[in-house]
Write a protein that binds this ligand. Structure first.
Ligand SMILES: NC(=O)c1ccc[n+]([C@@H]2O[C@H](COP(=O)([O-])OP(=O)(O)OC[C@H]3O[C@@H](n4cnc5c(N)ncnc54)[C@H](O)[C@@H]3O)[C@@H](O)[C@H]2O)c1
Length: 375
């Protein structure tokens, strides 16, 4: 796609995360922001004038705009279903922030609608499209660690309840929505950073055994906080077992360890598209000794000019670009809606605690990014 034929996208939801998208959209000249909308009129005005973006004052007007091809749904989680559904009913492709929906039934309805209308529907996070995730995935395909067997994935986010989160503001002035974050919970907010990658590499999850609890009692000003510590063991179709932990209690740790029968790969930080990858290989297999971790080169340098200054080093808009490219090329998205729905079902099973089995659903494999294909 050239800049002359830039795909117009619209942002619905102008809150804390919306600044991430405006900043990183500049990495993708094939996209242009045609307008923004928020049901909070004041917030929408402040956001549109801060970024110099056209403002829609009613969502119907935005959705009726022929030129807008992709809606980026940056609303609060409980609005995701309604907004994505309305956008698809208006014929728009959708990139939704996570989670895809707040129930599996609503998620399934969105997937059904996207298939019926032949629209691309993808959900964040998009770090699967990042250099680090693509590097680990290619290393696994190449057999660098032999047969993958075990994964430890951590999405611990630090003791947020002890931080001054009420004072956090985005550059355009949106407060960090702590009520929404605590009631949605760390699993729906953060597990997708590794679930998407694990499902891409190892296929569907067939069984979840999970423990979920609330360690922090009486989170201030939040009536119904979701579990703040959840640790699930996920059994994948391919035989891999993964322990995936999410919390907002333990110190920040967004690491990944993938163990195979001939070695192990590690990532330091799921929130960094260019996080270093290390490889350890068997040196004395009979005594199960591994070499010291050696840097494993990324498939390409992680260079994107426009970065949001915060706790992430992520090109948030890469997922939006993927939706626009998939729609223009008439191919499946590398962030497929069915994978997002499966991830959502796994997240609910993790939050419920206990055991859950999943019937075979036959997820289509995902293509790696072109630059991460095998030579
Ligand atoms: N806060 C973060 O650090 C962060 C980071 C990455 C992703 N996200 C995700 O981004 C999404 C938005 O989070 P946020 O932090 O920006 O929340 P936020 O509460 O700051 O912003 C959400 C905005 O959506 C608007 N909105 C809600 N329902 C709407 C509707 N039906 N129509 C139009 N506008 C509507 C609200 O008025 C609000 O301005 C969430 O899905 C969240 O998981 C947040």
């Amino acid at each position: 796609m050239s800049t002359q034929t830039a795909t117009k996208v619209a942002l619905i939801g102008c809150g804390f995360a919306a600044d991430y998208y405006v900043t990183t959209m500049a990495n993708h000249p094939e996209l242009s922001i045609g307008g923004v909308f928020d049901r909070d009129v004041e917030r929408a005005k402040v956001f549109s004038s801060h970024h110099g973006l056209p403002l829609y004052t009613c969502v119907e007007e935005l959705l009726a705009e022929e030129d807008i091809k992709v809606v980026v749904n940056l609303t609060s989680p409980e609005s995701h279903f309604d907004v994505s559904r309305a956008a698809m009913l208006a014929g728009k492709h959708v990139y939704s922030e996570k989670p895809l929906a707040m129930t599996a039934a609503e998620g399934a309805e969105l997937v059904r609608l996207s298939e019926e209308r032949e629209l691309v529907l993808s959900a964040a996070p998009c770090n699967l499209l990042g250099e680090t995730a693509q590097t680990v995935w290619r290393a696994v395909r190449r057999g660098e660690i032999g047969r993958p067997q075990l994964v430890y994935a951590s999405m611990d986010d630090g003791a947020i309840h002890r931080m001054r989160y009420r004072t956090w503001r985005s550059p355009s002035g949106a407060p960090w929505p702590y009520r929404s974050e605590f009631s949605t919970g760390c699993v729906l907010e953060h597990s997708g950073y590794y679930l998407n990658l694990l499902i891409a590499m190892f296929g569907q999850v067939t069984r979840v055994s999970s423990f979920a609890t609330n360690i922090v009692r009486n989170v201030p000003q939040v009536d119904a906080a979701a579990p703040d510590f959840v640790s699930g063991c996920l059994h994948f179709d391919s035989g891999v077992v993964a322990r995936l932990t999410c919390s907002i209690v333990a110190p920040a740790d967004h690491s990944l360890l993938v163990v195979g029968d001939e070695g192990a790969l590690t990532i330091q930080d799921a929130w960094d598209f260019g996080s270093p990858v290390h490889l350890r290989r068997d040196v004395l297999p009979e005594r199960r000794r591994l070499s010291e971790p050696a840097p494993y080169p990324l498939v390409r340098e992680c260079e994107f000019a426009h970065r949001y200054r915060g706790s992430h080093v992520m090109d948030f808009s890469r997922g939006v670009a993927e939706v626009a490219h998939a729609a223009a090329e008439g191919r499946p998205s590398r962030l497929p809606a069915r994978h997002a729905l499966h991830a959502l079902e796994v997240m609910f099973a993790m939050m419920d605690g206990g055991e859950r089995q999943f019937a075979g659903i036959g997820l289509d494999p995902i293509e790696p990014m072109p630059w991460a294909m095998e030579e």
